[in-house]
Design a protein around this ligand. Structure first.
Ligand SMILES: C[S@@+](CC[C@H](N)C(=O)[O-])C[C@H]1O[C@@H](n2cnc3c(N)ncnc32)[C@H](O)[C@@H]1O
Length: 248
């Protein structure tokens, strides 16, 4: 007897990372019951890989994270980063913001099993459903904002360039609003090789981000730096650069 394992539904979201982890398993087939454990292992591996990419691509250290009172992760996905910070006693106050929350029983069970009930509940209580273009938080709430492969919003269904530009502009304005003076935002843009994305977005996102950052810089409210990132697998410089914004 075969069944559709509930975890199957998250696989398209993590497909590219699994590929890079040399995972060749096709993602759309039905799995036999005995394979359920295998999917949980994949979720665990995915979570560990995600966290290590956060550190690498955003230039984070445990020391830096432990010194922050409050951290916001925008486009947090499965909130692996917040769970990691809590589980390793690095920072208890990481808020995860995402458009959607995973609530499918199979996925929730796998996360509970991996993080443990206590950490799962802790993270869940600090997870907000919302969009980065309208962050549902008070002004100057965070010392550090991270955004890993979540900028700009992935799911612009429209190919309207102006709409995308507006989304990018609003997101950066919101980041500046909720960031404390002296605080820092660290972003690593979405890579161009993700599946299911608008061609228009791929083509114009870098240009739109650059333009917005230059506008922000001119206002004098922040300092913007871009930093090269080395791909941990290939040891080559990635096409996308890390963006660091320091609010003055
Ligand atoms: C490629 S995933 C990255 C997830 C996680 N940061 C990671 O590195 O594994 C992008 C995430 O951004 C979220 N997202 C996309 N557009 C968003 C928006 N406008 N506001 C908030 N979250 C958004 C998606 O729901 C998705 O979970």
């Amino acid at each position: 007897m075969s069944f559709e394992h509930p975890l199957k539904n998250i696989i398209p979201r993590i497909g590219s990372k699994l590929k890079s982890a040399k995972e060749k398993e096709p993602v759309n087939k039905s799995y036999s019951k005995n394979d359920g454990r295998r999917w949980i292992e994949l979720v665990v591996r995915e979570s560990e890989e995600t966290v290590s990419l956060y550190y690498n691509n955003l230039g984070l250290t445990d020391e830096m994270l432990s010194q922050k009172n409050s951290v916001l992760d925008i486009g947090a996905g499965m909130a692996d980063f917040a769970a990691h910070c809590k589980a390793n006693k690095i920072n208890d106050n990481v808020i995860s913001l995402d458009l959607q929350q995973e609530d499918q029983p199979g996925i929730v069970d796998a996360q509970k099993m991996y993080f443990g009930e206590k950490i799962y509940e802790h993270v869940k209580n600090r997870t907000i459903t919302g969009k980065m273009e309208e962050i549902p938080c008070e002004d100057e709430s965070f010392d550090l904002i991270v955004g890993h492969t979540a900028m700009p919003g992935v799911y612009y269904h429209s190919d309207e360039i102006e709409e995308m530009k507006k989304g990018i502009s609003n997101s950066f304005n919101e980041i500046m609003r909720v960031l404390r003076h002296g605080g820092e935002a660290r972003m690593f843009p979405l890579t161009d090789d993700q599946e299911g994305e608008s061609e228009i977005r791929k083509k114009f996102q870098h240009q739109a981000i650059k333009q917005k950052l230059s506008e922000l810089q001119k206002t004098g409210i922040c300092q913007v730096l871009t930093e090269e990132v080395i791909d941990p697998e290939t040891k080559k410089i990635t096409r996308e650069k890390r963006i660091v914004i320091r609010k003055i």
